[in-house]
Design a protein around this ligand. Structure first.
Ligand code: ZN
Length: 445
């Protein structure tokens, strides 16, 4: 944030309260007014207008009216969005950015941000970077992927301006040789980027014996698991590895990590997003700490409003008293994609169950699990990358040590596991995003 440059404290809560005040500057003394402001804008949208009118008949307060609007799934959102329809918009497509969205497969979909909304979103990201530990003294390589109407490289670049650091727009499609040369030339000590690119860079640094040392890593777009963090500490000498907040392109940033939060715990960006967790089957709001789908409403997106949007991400509320950072709002744990929850061999398997076993083995921490049916039993195919494959027995032993759930399902004969080995970098990456799809379910019926 600009406060950092003028010598004001870098402390998280100070910045967040400044930000919320700034977003809500016209109505800061009227609680609920920011939601009311959003509802006013929704009336101008042919899609939202009738829904808001119906909610106004049955509910009084702005928050109740917001909660009375239907959940918005991705397909409905895009069916009413450009290029298919302009119904979701509240005004003309001008003075705005258009970004690609819509997941890793199929036709690209689009998200519009007015220029003002874009500035707010990148200021929020700048706040997240600053809270996570980036400072004006840092030299930061931006190795998010650029081009193709993607947001991450652009928004990271503008967020870094707010930090006041030396900003290196390297891009994730640059060859790893060149990346290392650029980082060395300016003694870069920090990276922002996608985990699969950062992991590949670390592998290249290790292979080439380069002296690149990166003290701080802020990642986004994929999950980075504890064992991988250990690998980055070992190969790059990282002291600080943090999620650069939790965001999805349709909603913008949703949550962030202060320096007191570990694992995948995130504080809600209150005043910017209204976050709910719902039962993925019934849509009922969950406040019991059980896993559910994260649903978010961006309170400042008025051109292309995103209201009660189903993110497809799995999370649960975490009870905590006021955090040591001073935050007293809601905190959630991010558990992965809803699609990543695999009910197989009688267990609920999450990618983290496999990752904790792999952490015990000398293999690349990138992997893919494929669920299949074989002889009417569940089969889990585990695809791994290594230049020298281990024996199946070694891998199974690691998996069983890493997860008691997996150990039991294998021991009880409910689940068979087969290992497929690929050369380093051999796992299929999405051409559009560079991400690995961690979980595939090829069972039918
Ligand atoms: Zn905190």
């Amino acid at each position: 944030m600009s406060e950092g440059k003028t010598g004001a404290p870098h402390e998280g809560p100070f910045l967040l309260s400044q930000l919320v005040e700034w977003i809500d500057r016209e109505h800061r003394n009227e609680p609920g007014r920011i939601i009311g402001n959003l509802l006013d804008a929704l009336r101008r949208s042919p899609y939202y207008g009738p829904l808001v009118a119906a909610a106004e008949k049955t509910h009084r307060s702005p928050t109740e009216r917001l909660r009375a609007l239907p959940l918005l799934d991705r397909d409905t959102f895009y069916r009413h969005s450009p290029p298919l329809s302009n119904d979701i918009l509240t005004g003309p497509m001008a003075d705005a950015y258009v970004y690609a969205s819509g997941g890793t497969t199929g036709q690209p979909k689009f998200a519009l941000y007015s220029n003002e909304e874009y500035k707010i979103a990148t200021d929020v990201l700048g706040f997240i970077y600053s809270t996570a530990g980036l400072e004006a003294e840092d030299v930061v390589g931006n190795i998010f992927l650029a081009g193709n109407l993607w947001t991450s490289f652009n928004v990271a670049g503008r967020a870094l301006e707010n930090i006041g650091c030396l900003n290196m727009p390297i891009g994730g499609a640059t060859s790893y040789d060149m990346m290392i040369k650029f980082l060395q030339a300016f003694n870069a000590n920090a990276l922002v980027g996608l985990p699969s690119v950062i992991i590949k860079l670390a592998e290249e640094v290790e292979r080439s014996g380069s002296n690149v040392r990166i003290r701080k890593i802020l990642y986004g777009g994929e999950h980075l698991r504890a064992p991988t963090v250990e690998f980055l500490r070992r190969t790059l000498g990282c002291e600080l590895v943090r999620s650069a907040g939790y965001a999805c392109v349709d909603t913008g940033p949703i949550g962030y990590q202060c320096t007191h939060l570990g694992g995948s715990l995130h504080h809600v960006l209150e005043g910017y997003q209204f976050v709910e967790i719902v039962n993925p089957e019934t849509g009922a709001v969950r406040n019991d700490g059980e896993p559910g789908e994260i649903v978010s409403t961006n309170l400042t997106r008025l051109l292309m409003p995103v209201v009660r949007y189903k993110t497809g991400d799995l999370g649960r509320w975490v009870e905590m008293d006021e955090c040591a950072c001073g935050f007293s709002g809601k905190t959630f744990e991010l558990l992965g994609r809803c699609d990543d929850l695999l009910v197989i061999g009688g267990i609920n398997l999450l990618p983290s169950d496999v990752a904790s076993g792999l952490a015990l083995l000398p293999v690349s921490q990138n992997f893919q699990v494929v669920a299949r049916t074989k002889n009417s039993r569940d089969l889990l195919v585990l695809r791994l990358e290594a230049s020298r494959p281990l024996s199946d027995a070694q891998v199974l032993e690691g998996l069983e040590h890493g997860s008691y759930k997996l150990a039991k399902a294998i021991k009880d004969g409910w689940l068979n596991v087969e290992i497929e080995w690929l050369a380093p970098g051999g796992l299929p990456r999405s051409v559009r995003t560079g991400k690995i799809k961690t979980v595939l379910d090829e069972r039918h019926g």
